[in-house]
Write a protein that binds this ligand. Structure first.
Ligand SMILES: Cc1cc2nc3c(=O)[nH]c(=O)nc-3n(C[C@H](O)[C@H](O)[C@H](O)COP(=O)(O)O)c2cc1C
Length: 720
C-alpha cells in the first residue's frame, strides 16, 4: 500500500512541480497593462463599443488579464487580450504549452480517463490522511501540540528535515490535498447540485427610461477587478439581458435601462470549485505557485526520507520479525541490549515459546506500550555505563510509569551484566523494583542475574521459569550461537613495545572485507577460554587499531601481549551504533583516559571537515608516548583542532582529565548549546568525574543539568 501510494504521489508531485510553472509563466506575460482596480466596467464597455462592431463577451481572468470576444468592423470574430483602458488588442489568448498539456493529463488522470481520475483523487485523500497523522506524530514526539515548534534534536538528517519541513508545509499540503479531493468529487458529480435560481429584484422598475450603456448606474459603479465575466445581450429583444458574473454572484442587467433585473447567488458548491481550482493550481499568484512548487518538492522529500527512516528502523529494531501483533500475545518479551547479546538470549526464548504454541511478542524496552491480551512480561536487560540503561531501554522507566495496562500482569526480570562492574546488573534491578511497585504487576520470580552471558546460568533461570509456568521450554546452546556475531580471522600487522604503564597498540588486518567503523567493538575470546573481552576499535586505513592495557592476570590482554607480527587471531566485530562518530555535529569534544583514546584515534584519522578537541588523561608524560606521533600528525594536518592532556602523577597534586575541563567551560557550553556532541571513552571512574565536571559547567553556563544533554544524545559514553 505504501509503495503503490508513493508511486502515484511521486507522479502527482513531479507533474505538480512542472505545472507550478504554468501560472508563473502566464502571470509574467505582459497582458495586464492597466490597473483594473481603477477602471469601471462602463469605461471598458465604452471604448470597446466604439472600436468594434459587436461585443459578445468580456472576461477578466485570475491574472487580471482582460480578454474580449468581438466581431470586428471587418466582420471577423476574434478573441484576444485587450488594454481595458483603450480597448486596443495587446495579445493573443495564451495557448497551453504541450509540456503543460501533457503534465496536466498525467496529473489529473494518468492518461487513464475516469479510472485515473479516481486513483488520483483517492491518493490525494490518502495524502491528506498521511499529512494529518504526521502532525499527530510530531505532536506526540514533541510532547504536545503546543510544543510542535519547540527545538528538535538533530539525530538524523532525514528525521530532522522530515519534521522541520513537516511543520512548514503541513498547511499547503493539506490545502493541496483537500482541493484535489474536491476537484475529483466535482468531476464525478459527487458534490451537491447547484439549486440556486435567479431571484427577481423587487426594486426593478420596468418603466425607467432608456440610457446609454456607458451611463448604466451598475456599470459605472462596478470596477473591472470585481467582475469575472460580462456577457452581452444576444439580440435587441428586451428579454435579453447583460449577464455579469462576479466570484459569488450572477446578475441580469436590463439592456436598455441598465437596472438589475434579477440575481443569483453562486452556490457553496460552485464557490468551492472556484477556490479549489485557484488554490490547487496557483493561477493568478506567483507567490502561491511558488509555495505549491516547494510543497511538491517537500512531498518528494517526505517519501524519500519516510522510506529511509522505515528501513533504518527495521534494520535497527526488528532483529526478529514478530509473528503476532502486540495486542494478540499472551507473553511479552522486552529487551534492553546494546551490543545484541541479550537480544540473542531473548530471541531464542521467544522462539521456544512459539514452539510451545504460546502467543508471544518481542520488542525493545523503549517500545513499551499497551498490550491488550498480555498476561506475562519477561524483561531481558543488560546494564551499561555506570549501572545505566542500554541505549534501547533509556525511556522504559518513564514510559512504564505512564502507560496503563488493562490486565494484571505477571512479570519476571532477567539481568545480563558483568561482575567486573561495580554496578552489577543495576539497571535490571531498577526495572525489577519499578515493576514491583506497580499495583497491576505481580513478580513471579525473584530477579535473576547472569554474569558474562553465562549459558549455564541462563539454563538455571529457564528451569525456574519453566517450573513456575509448568512449561517445558527447551533451549540449546547451538541455537544461541547461531545468532552470535560471526567470528573472523585477523592478521597482526603491527604491535608496539610495552609502554611505561603496560599499554601497547596492536594493529589487525581483517582477512576479508568487513564492515565496521571506529567505536565498534572487537570481541576476542582467547583460545581455550570461554569468556570474551571487548575492545573499542579505531579504524585506521581499513585496519583495526586497538589500544590494550596488559593486566597482570588479564587473560585476554596477556594473550594479545604475546601474539607476534603475522600471527592470526580469531575475533568478531560487535556493532556499537551508539558510539559512532557524529555525522551531523560540526564541533566535537572527545574525552578519554588511558586506552580509551583508541576509538578516537580512528575517528580523528578520517576527519577532514569538523572541529575536534581531544582531552586525554594519563599517568605520566611517558604514558602519552605511544600516541604522541599520531596526535602530532593529526594536529599538523588539521584533522584535530586542539589537544589537551592531564597527567595525574607529574605533580604533587593529582590532576585528572576532568580537572582540565573546567578551564574550557566556554568551549564545552558552546558545543552543547549548539547541539554538537561530546564523546567519552575510558574508565568508569573517569566517566563519573567527567560527567560531574560537565554538570557543573552546564548548571553554571547553561542553567540546566547535564541530564538534558544526555537525553538529547549529545553526550555519548563507552566506559568500562
Ligand atoms: C561499556 C560497558 C559498560 C558496562 N557496564 C556494566 C555495568 O555497569 N554493570 C553490569 O552489570 N554490566 C555492565 N556491562 C556488561 C554488559 O551488561 C554485559 O556484557 C551484557 O551481557 C551485554 O549485553 P548486550 O550485548 O545485550 O548489550 C558493561 C559492558 C560494557 C561494554
Amino acid at each position: 500500500m505504501a509503495i503503490s501510494t508513493a508511486l502515484f504521489i511521486i507522479i502527482a508531485s513531479i507533474t505538480g512541480i512542472i505545472l507550478a510553472f504554468e501560472p508563473i509563466s502566464n502571470k509574467l506575460q505582459p497582458y495586464s497593462p492597466a490597473n483594473i482596480e481603477q477602471i469601471t466596467v462602463a469605461e471598458t464597455v465604452g471604448v470597446l463599443s466604439n472600436k468594434y462592431d459587436e461585443i459578445i463577451t468580456l472576461e477578466i481572468d485570475e491574472n487580471n488579464f482582460v480578454s474580449t470576444s468581438v466581431v470586428t468592423k471587418e466582420g471577423k470574430s476574434e478573441t484576444f487580450y485587450i488594454n481595458p483602458k483603450t480597448g486596443e488588442k495587446v495579445g493573443d489568448i495564451i495557448e497551453k504549452a504541450p509540456i503543460f498539456e501533457f503534465a496536466t493529463n498525467l496529473h489529473r488522470s494518468l492518461f487513464l480517463k475516469s479510472t485515473g481520475r479516481f486513483l488520483i483523487g483517492f491518493v490525494s485523500f490518502l495524502l491528506l490522511l498521511i499529512a494529518i497523522s504526521g502532525v499527530v506524530l510530531i505532536a506526540k514526539r514533541q510532547g504536545g501540540f503546543l510544543k510542535i515548534f519547540s527545538k528538535i534534536v538533530k539525530e538524523d538528517f532525514n528525521q530532522y528535515y522530515h519534521i522541520i519541513l513537516g511543520r512548514y508545509f503541513l498547511i499547503p499540503i493539506i490545502i493541496i490535498t483537500i482541493t484535489g479531493v474536491y476537484l475529483s468529487l466535482e468531476k464525478f458529480s459527487l458534490l451537491p447540485k447547484d439549486k440556486n435560481i435567479h431571484q427577481q429584484n423587487l426594486a426593478f422598475n420596468n418603466e425607467a427610461s432608456k440610457l446609454k450603456t456607458t451611463d448604466f448606474d451598475f456599470f459605472q459603479k462596478t470596477k473591472l477587478a470585481d467582475v469575472t465575466s460580462l456577457e452581452f445581450p444576444f439580440s435587441s429583444d428586451e428579454e435579453d439581458y447583460f449577464y455579469v458574473k462576479t466570484v459569488d454572484n450572477e446578475l441580469a442587467i436590463h439592456q436598455f435601462n441598465g437596472q438589475i433585473v434579477s440575481n443569483k447567488k453562486q452556490s457553496l458548491t460552485s464557490l468551492g470549485s472556484y477556490y479549489s481550482l485557484i488554490l490547487h493550481t496557483g493561477q493568478g499568484s506567483i507567490l502561491w505557485s511558488i509555495v505549491l512548487l516547494l510543497a511538491c518538492f517537500t512531498i518528494l522529500f517526505f517519501i524519500f526520507s519516510g522510506f529511509s527512516l522505515t528501513l533504518k528502523r527495521r534494520k535497527n529494531t526488528s532483529v526478529i520479525k514478530n509473528k503476532f501483533y502486540k495486542d494478540e500475545a499472551e507473553f511479552i518479551i522486552l529487551v534492553g541490549s546494546e551490543t545484541g547479546s541479550t537480544y540473542n538470549f531473548a530471541t531464542v526464548f521467544y522462539k521456544a515459546l512459539l514452539t510451545s504454541n504460546k502467543t508471544a511478542f518481542i520488542s525493545d524496552l523503549n517500545s513499551y506500550t499497551t498490550y491488550k491480551k498480555a498476561k506475562n512480561i519477561i524483561v531481558f536487560t543488560a546494564t551499561y555505563g555506570d549501572g545505566e540503561a542500554p541505549v534501547n531501554a533509556t525511556k522504559f522507566i518513564n514510559k512504564f510509569n505512564q502507560i496503563i495496562q488493562k490486565n494484571t500482569i505477571q512479570f519476571s526480570v532477567i539481568g545480563f551484566g558483568s561482575t567486573d562492574y561495580q554496578a552489577y546488573c543495576k539497571f535490571a534491578i531498577l526495572v525489577h523494583s519499578t515493576m514491583q511497585l506497580h499495583k497491576k504487576f505481580v513478580p513471579v520470580l525473584p530477579i535473576f542475574k547472569i554474569d558474562n552471558q553465562s549459558f549455564s546460568a541462563f539454563e538455571n533461570w529457564l528451569k525456574e521459569w519453566n517450573s513456575y509456568y509448568r512449561l517445558n521450554l527447551h533451549i540449546n546452546k547451538e541455537d544461541l550461537d547461531k545468532n552470535k556475531p560471526k567470528e573472523q580471522i585477523f592478521r597482526v600487522i603491527n604491535k608496539t613495545e610495552l609502554n611505561c604503564d603496560n599499554t601497547f597498540l596492536i594493529e589487525l588486518k581483517p582477512s576479508k572485507k568487513l564492515k565496521f567503523t571506529s567505536g565498534d567493538l572487537l570481541s576476542i575470546t582467547p583460545k581455550n577460554e570461554n569468556k570474551n573481552r571487548l575492545y573499542s576499535i579505531a579504524k585506521v586505513n581499513g585496519n583495526i587499531l586497538l589500544s590494550i592495557k596488559k593486566h597482570e592476570f588479564g587473560v585476554c590482554s596477556n594473550y594479545l601481549k604475546f601474539v607476534n607480527k603475522n600471527d592470526k587471531i580469531v575475533a568478531s566485530i560487535v556493532k556499537n551504533d551508539s558510539f559512532h562518530f557524529p555525522d551531523k555535529a560540526k564541533e566535537i569534544i572527545l574525552i578519554a583516559n588511558g586506552t580509551g583514546i583508541a576509538p578516537f584515534l580512528g575517528m580523528i584519522s578520517k576527519n577532514s571537515k569538523k572541529k575536534i578537541h581531544l582531552f586525554w588523561g594519563g599517568r605520566t608524560k611517558e604514558s602519552l608516548k605511544i600516541y604522541q606521533n599520531k596526535i602530532e600528525h593529526a594536529i599538523e594536518n588539521k584533522s584535530l583542532t586542539s589537544f589537551h592532556s592531564a597527567f595525574s602523577q607529574e605533580q604533587k597534586e593529582k590532576f585528572y582529565v576532568q580537572d582540565l575541563l573546567t578551564n574550557h567551560s566556554e568551549l564545552i557550553a558552546k558545543t552543547l548549546r549548539n547541539g554538537d556532541e561530546i564523546l567519552i571513552c575510558g574508565s568508569l571512574a573517569m566517566q563519573r568525574g567527567v560527567i560531574s565536571a560537565l554538570n557543573t559547567i552546564t548548571e553554571k553556563s547553561l542553567k540546566t543539568s547535564i541530564k538534558k544533554y544526555q537525553e538529547n544524545h549529545q553526550i555519548k559514553t563507552d566506559c568500562y
